[in-house]
Every structure is written in structure tokens, then in C-alpha cells.
Ligand binder design. Structure first.
Ligand code: PBG
Length: 326
């Protein structure tokens, strides 16, 4: 009989051994929890296609943030649901816009919470595109100015970091320049550097009521077939002054996360998006998978691929698991 010389099973025999040699560990420090904020008072609406995720009014932010902190979550990413929309997304940079109100409230009541804002126009335009439309097309350069104004208004409201998600060319340089001119040189930019035109955003578009009213986003978001192009997009953003590079979605793009980790020395973030969350929730609800285990395995795989930061609607659920002794 020929025996295997090396037996990997030796190190898998019990939980202590497995713990000793575990290569990847999730930590609550790296989780970012997205929040949807709407106008009004004392309202908390569950998003139908994202069970467990709510749209909340500004006055309920403090309670939400304290709950997050109690679980060890120290960063949130804000999305706004404005009352009014128009062709150029003016609500995105309104002094008293929904995000500006939300940021001021959070930084006043829970200053220790790191507040990151999504910088985009799609929630604020009546046509649902991420920029303004000229000649039936999303106009890149006209949009840049509005985006920079938006980022500046977030910083003025007190945001700790801005995260542009629009995918216009040159927006990192434009935003960096405007922030610097206004003495916000210490506010970092987390760039949605590699954002694909993905069907996984479906539930988010319900949540934020921002589905495009005509056409789709393929003329600005990336083609899911392209991996090399991700490196080019990321290089541009690094050159323009991005501080953190994000890949979005996460699970269908683990190869892209790994490539960015390999090629760049900046922190890499991955956005585990609404559809990725919804699929796990739906299958778990049907009893087809163990939702909690699949959640953990999924987030672990994102970390193993190379992400330093994970933005996920599972942040609170995962934090609870990380808190409990195992
Ligand atoms: C705004 C934005 C979107 C998401 C984050 N920022 C929607 C989109 O690009 O269509 C999606 C997040 C998610 O699906 O969880 N542009």
C-alpha cells in the first residue's frame, strides 16, 4: 500500500487546529453599512426586495447609528431619497438636501460614526440617469461640475469621505480639485473605480427609486465581460487622486478584486450589492440554503479575494455573529 506523504487532513482535525491555521478572518472593522435616508419623520419602511433593510427618516438616524456602533460597525454609507427630482439632479447638491440633512444630523448626534456619502445623480434626476442629458445622451463633462458641487456640499455638511458612483470620465480629478480648493484636502475619495453595468443592482433601484426611465447604464458603467479594462479604470482613478478603489458588484467579480489587489497598493473595497443580498435572503426564506452560513462564506470569499473593506447590507447580521463567542 502507498501512503500519502503529506496529509492535509492532519490540520483539519478539530476546531482549534483549524482556527490556528485559518488564513482569512472577517473583522467588523472592515464592514460598511449602507443606509437609505428619506424625508419625513418617524418612518421606517422595509424594502420589499431587500428583507431586513429599511428606508428611514433623518430623525431615526441617531438610533440606527447607535445600534451599529453597539455592534462594532463604525462606518456607514449614505444614500438619499429626495422628495423632488429634476432633469439635472439639483437635489443632490441642495444645501438642505436629504443627504446634507442626514450628514449634519449624524455628525451632530453620533460624531464617532464615520460617514461616507454616495456621490451620484441618479436618485435625484427625473430620468434616473447618473448625469444630465444633452442630445439624448448622458453628457460627461456637464455632469462633472454637478458631481463636484455635490461632493463639496457633502463635505460642507460634515461628511468624512465621499464615494462617487456615477462612472463619468474624469470625475475623481474634478472632485479632488474642488474639495482641495475649498480646504477639504483631508477628505478622502473612495472611488467606485470599477463599477459594472450589472443586473445585480435591481433591488437597489427599487429601494432608491432610481431605475433609468429610458435606455440603460451601459454607456457609462462597465461591460461585465471586461477584466483588463478594470485595471485601466483603476489606474486613471489612482492618477486622478482616488484614496480607495472599489469594485462593484463583488461576488461575480472576485477575479477583478484579486487583480486590483495584485496591481495596486491602495486599499481595495468591494460592494456586495443589493441583488447579491436579495438572492441569499430569498433562497434562505425558501429553506433552500442556510442563509447565515452562506452569508459568512460569501463575505469571507470577498475578503479572501483581496478586499480590505466590504460594503454590505449584511453588516449588522455579520457583526452579531462576530460578536458572539465561537
Ligand atoms: C448609484 C448607485 C447604485 C448602486 C450604488 N450607487 C445604482 C446603480 O448604479 O444603478 C447600487 C447598489 C446596490 O445595488 O446595492 N449610481
Amino acid at each position: 500500500m502507498v501512503f500519502p506523504e503529506y496529509r492535509p487532513r492532519r490540520l483539519r482535525r478539530n476546531s482549534a487546529l483549524r482556527g490556528l491555521i485559518r488564513e482569512t478572518r472577517l473583522s467588523v472593522d472592515q464592514l460598511v453599512y449602507p443606509l437609505f435616508v428619506m424625508t419625513g419623520t418617524q418612518k421606517r419602511e422595509e424594502i420589499v426586495s431587500m428583507p431586513g433593510v429599511f428606508r428611514i427618516t433623518v430623525d431615526l438616524l441617531e438610533k440606527e447609528a447607535r445600534e451599529c456602533l453597539a455592534l462594532g460597525i463604525k462606518s456607514v454609507l449614505l444614500f438619499g431619497l429626495p422628495d423632488k427630482k429634476d432633469g439635472v439632479g439639483s437635489g443632490a447638491h441642495a444645501k438642505n438636501g436629504i443627504i446634507q440633512q442626514a450628514v449634519r444630523e449624524l455628525k451632530k448626534k453620533v460624531p464617532e460614526m464615520l460617514v461616507i456619502t454616495d456621490v451620484c445623480l441618479c436618485e435625484y434626476t427625473d430620468h434616473g440617469h447618473c448625469g444630465c442629458i444633452i442630445d439624448n445622451d448622458v453628457d460627461n463633462d456637464a455632469t462633472l461640475e454637478i458631481l463636484a458641487k455635490t461632493a463639496l456640499s457633502h463635505a460642507q455638511a460634515g461628511a468624512d469621505m465621499v464615494a462617487p458612483s456615477d462612472m463619468m470620465d474624469g470625475r475623481i480629478a474634478e472632485i479632488r480639485a474642488v474639495l482641495d480648493e475649498n480646504n477639504f484636502e483631508s477628505i478622502p475619495i473612495m472611488s467606485y473605480a470599477v463599477k459594472y453595468a450589472s443586473a445585480f443592482y435591481g433591488p437597489f433601484r427599487d429601494a432608491a427609486e432610481c431605475a433609468p426611465q429610458f435606455g440603460d447604464r451601459r454607456s457609462y458603467q462597465m461591460d461585465p465581460a471586461n477584466g483588463r479594462e478594470a485595471l485601466r479604470e483603476a489606474t486613471l482613478d489612482v492618477d486622478e487622486g482616488a484614496d480607495i478603489l472599489m469594485v462593484k458588484p463583488a461576488v461575480a467579480y472576485l477575479d477583478v478584486i484579486a487583480r486590483l489587489r495584485e496591481e495596486f497598493d491602495l486599499p481595495v473595497a468591494a460592494y456586495h450589492v443589493s441583488g447579491e443580498y436579495a438572492m441569499i435572503k430569498a433562497a434562505a426564506e425558501k429553506g433552500w440554503i442556510d442563509g447565515e452560513k452562506v452569508m459568512e462564506e460569501t463575505l469571507l470569499s470577498i475578503k479572501r479575494a483581496g478586499a480590505d473593506i466590504i460594503i454590505t447590507y449584511f453588516a449588522k447580521e455579520m457583526a452579531k455573529i462576530l460578536q458572539s463567542p465561537r
